[in-house]
Ligand binder design. Structure first.
Ligand code: ADP
Length: 717
């Protein structure tokens, strides 16, 4: 998602706020101004009307005097300049004094351009300001050909058209100067005017109405002479024009206010950005830096920065404290992980030592001449011990993977030999079943690759042992091919197919989950923890490989594994692929080999001795490092099996002492013989100078592999 800068968000927010405030203030200003202006307009027209009424009441006879007086006092009653300006020609005063035609008003809302020259002169002299006259006076003053009035006929409340004081039926005379149409038929049409005139009473109010001008206020002052209402002084004002001005000035004011607010906002934002957001940015950079590089210097960087003394500084302080907490948690986790891995190492050692005795001795027991019952029991012991071992191994591996401590240790290995070994071991599982096992290793696979062969064997072992477990009859085939990546790398593609019970499509993912077994009813007799494939998948993942399954329920399954590997020796087999059956290979014999076994545990020594004797070897067995050094002083050995954990002097110290005192042992193999199966221990042993690793409990196949690998060829028969 695109990031929005905080300052932009503020700007947007404030802009919305400014627009809102300005609009609101414009509306408020407009209405309050309108109200003010309405009041001002009303006051003005009432004032003027009252004043004129006063003049007329003084001496209604000489109208000319009114004008003079008016002119004389014009300045006094003058509406303020800007106010009258805004009126243009739209403020008018009407007066009607004719006894003959009471109610007639003379109106000046004709446009100056429509007036005769004389009228215009007069208009600009008087009318434009304020004037009052009867219609006869008007005609005389303006030298008009006619005067034309619309008047109310009191007798029947209809309109009568008056031309030059004569009633006429046809008002539409061309050339007539139109002088107005102030005539109202019904009291309801112009009630205030009507009532004022007919009652001769002044109403303390204005009449608001709409006409061509727009919105108009009219104020009616009765002209009462000798107790009779002779006419009205009408003062009017058009508020629409005034309002237009108000809108304009309001808009201008709002615009000014808006601009001012925007400028103020800009300055405010610059200050906020500089003073506050920059601090947030700094903190955010530190947090990013921390999450990217896990650098605990971040704490110092945060503490050193001048965050000030407000919420942001509190946030910075809290963040630093949180990172510190994380740091201590991480330390604790690391400590716990260390503890766990130590615990695993110790536990595996503790469990494997007695297991060594159980597996080794029961294996040896089986080689003795036993009664049928004893053989059966021994076989049971051997099998149970083995399966317990594999459960322990699985749990240890699983815990290591979970703890993230599983390490892949690549080394140079012989592909064919390693795969052969796994397949032939697994082939034992089909010995009593009508199942054939076939192995096909493609000829173009390089002889030696660089990878973690122990883990590859474990992976293959897991998948093939599943095939063995779940196939009652038919065949299991292991097919190994290589796919080139570049000159130095290939991908091993291993397919393990079986004609077993098969897996439903919906279970493909489930089988790789830890502790998950499917079809448990059907497979009740099949042993397992449900960890094998979970570990296999994780191990393959650690090696950047993949595992997939294709299966048809009830027909069989194929597991396809890919593993990228480096090429150590690009030479290929150049021979026919081997087909191995459960028969196994001829056992190895090395009667001439001189082997020293060092272990503080007498049972271990006993097991090792008897195992080696199977290969015709008569080993020298000693229970401590000291005695091992002494034994080397006395006799030469081709191979030393050295326990690591021993009291006083451990295996590494003993090995180093031997190699120091007898330089020829620098090139002779010393094999770490230990129950400590954890990877770090293994690496430590190898890095300290041990040549290989023989895990306890010792298995025949492991011993054989060690002998084949490390004894000089001429000693092996
Ligand atoms: P387990 O120790 O139970 O064999 P795995 O993780 O190795 O555990 O296998 C999980 C489950 O996957 C098995 O219990 C079985 O149901 C199924 N499975 C594995 N391999 C096969 C196979 N070759 N044929 C049929 N089912 C298989």
């Amino acid at each position: 998602m695109k990031k929005t800068k905080l300052v932009n968000k503020f700007a947007l927010l404030i802009s919305v706020f400014v627009v809102f405030t300005v609009t609101l203030s414009a509306i408020v200003t407009y209405f309050s101004q309108m109200k003010l202006n309405k009041n001002a307009c009303v006051n003005k027209i009432m004032g003027v009307g009252d004043y004129l009424e006063g003049l007329i009441a003084e001496d209604p006879g000489d109208f000319k005097e009114y004008i003079d007086f008016y002119k004389e006092h014009y300045e006094d009653i003058r509406i303020p300049k800007d106010f009258t300006d805004s009126m243009d020609a739209k403020i008018a005063f009407y007066a009607a004094f004719s006894k003959e035609y009471p109610g007639a008003t003379f109106k000046t809302d004709v446009l100056p351009s429509e007036m005769s020259l004389e009228l215009q002169t007069l208009y600009y002299t008087f009318v434009h300001e304020y004037w009052i006259l009867t219609f006869e006076q008007a005609r005389e003053s303006f030298d008009l050909p006619y005067t034309y009035f619309l008047l109310p006929d009191d007798s029947d409340n209809t309109t009568m058209y008056m031309i030059d004081g004569e009633r006429t039926e046809d008002p539409d005379h061309p050339g007539f100067l139109y002088m107005g149409d102030t005539y109202y038929e019904e009291p309801s049409e112009h009630p205030l005017m009507w009532n004022t005139y007919h009652n001769g009473k002044k109403y303390d109010d204005v009449y608001e109405w709409d006409n061509d001008w727009g919105n108009t206020y009219s104020y009616y002052t009765p002209v009462v002479l000798n107790g009779v209402c002779e006419g009205l002084v009408v003062t009017e004002i058009d508020v629409k024009y005034v309002n237009g001005k108000i809108i304009k000035s309001t808009l201008l004011l709002s615009l000014q206010l808006g601009l001012l607010l925007i400028a103020a906002t800009g300055i405010l934002l610059i200050i906020v950005n500089k003073k506050h957001i920059s601090r947030i940015n700094h903190l955010s950079e530190q947090v990013n830096e921390f999450s990217a590089n896990k650098g605990y210097e971040t704490i110092e960087a945060i503490n050193a920065y001048p965050y000030g003394n407000d919420e942001i500084s509190a946030l910075a302080g809290n963040t630093a404290a949180m990172i510190k907490q994380l740091q201590s948690h991480e330390r604790k986790i690391a400590k716990d992980a260390q503890f766990k891995s130590d615990f695993l190492a110790n536990m595996s050692h503790e469990i494997r030592t007695p297991m060594n005795a159980v597996v080794g001795l029961s294996e040896l027991l089986l080689k003795e001449d036993l009664s049928e019952k004893s053989r059966e029991y021994s076989e049971q012991i051997y099998e149970s011990a083995n399966s317990m071992l594999s459960v322990i191994n699985d749990i240890l591996d699983f815990s290591k993977i979970e703890a993230g401590t599983m390490v892949i240790t690549p080394a140079d290995y012989d592909v064919r030999k390693s795969i052969n070994m796994v397949v032939s071991n697994q082939a034992m599982g089909i010995a009593d079943k009508p199942v054939k096992m076939g192995l096909n290793i493609s000829l173009d696979i390089p002889n030696r690759l660089y990878g973690d062969v122990a883990r590859i064997k474990q992976i293959l072992g897991n998948v093939i042992s599943n095939a063995v477990k779940f196939t009652k009859e038919g065949s299991i085939s292991v097919d190994v091919k290589s796919r080139p990546i570049d000159e130095k790398n290939i991908t091993l593609v291993i397919r393990v197919s079986d004609t077993g019970i098969g897996i439903k499509k919906e279970d493909y993912e489930k089988i790789f989950e830890s502790f998950s077994q499917i079809d448990s009813k059907r497979n009740r007799e099949v042993e397992g923890t449900g960890l094998g494939l979970a570990i296999t998948q994780q191990l393959i993942g650690l090696m950047n490989g993949t595992i997939e399954v294709e299966s048809e329920y009830g027909v069989g399954s194929t597991f396809i594994i890919t593993l990228p590997q480096k090429i150590s020796d690009s030479q290929t087999a150049g021979e026919d692929p081997k087909v191995i059956t459960a028969s196994g290979e001829k056992p190895l014999k090395a009667p001439g080999a001189r082997v020293l076994v060092v272990d503080d545990n007498s049972v271990n020594l006993y097991v090792a001795k008897n195992l080696l004797e199977m290969y015709g070897i008569k080993p020298v067995c000693v229970p401590s490092g000291d005695l091992a050094i002494k034994a080397v002083d006395k006799k030469e050995f081709d191979l030393i099996l050295m326990d690591y954990m021993m009291p006083k002097m451990d295996g590494i110290e003993a090995m180093k002492a031997i190699r120091e005192q007898h330089p020829e042992y620098k090139d002779r193999p010393v094999i770490a013989f230990t129950a400590n199966a954890v990877e770090e221990a293994r690496e430590k042993l190898l890095s300290e100078g041990m040549n290989d690793f023989l895990p306890k409990p010792v298995k025949v196949e492991d011993v054989e592999a060690i002998l084949r690998k490390w004894l000089p060829d001429e000693l092996i028969e």
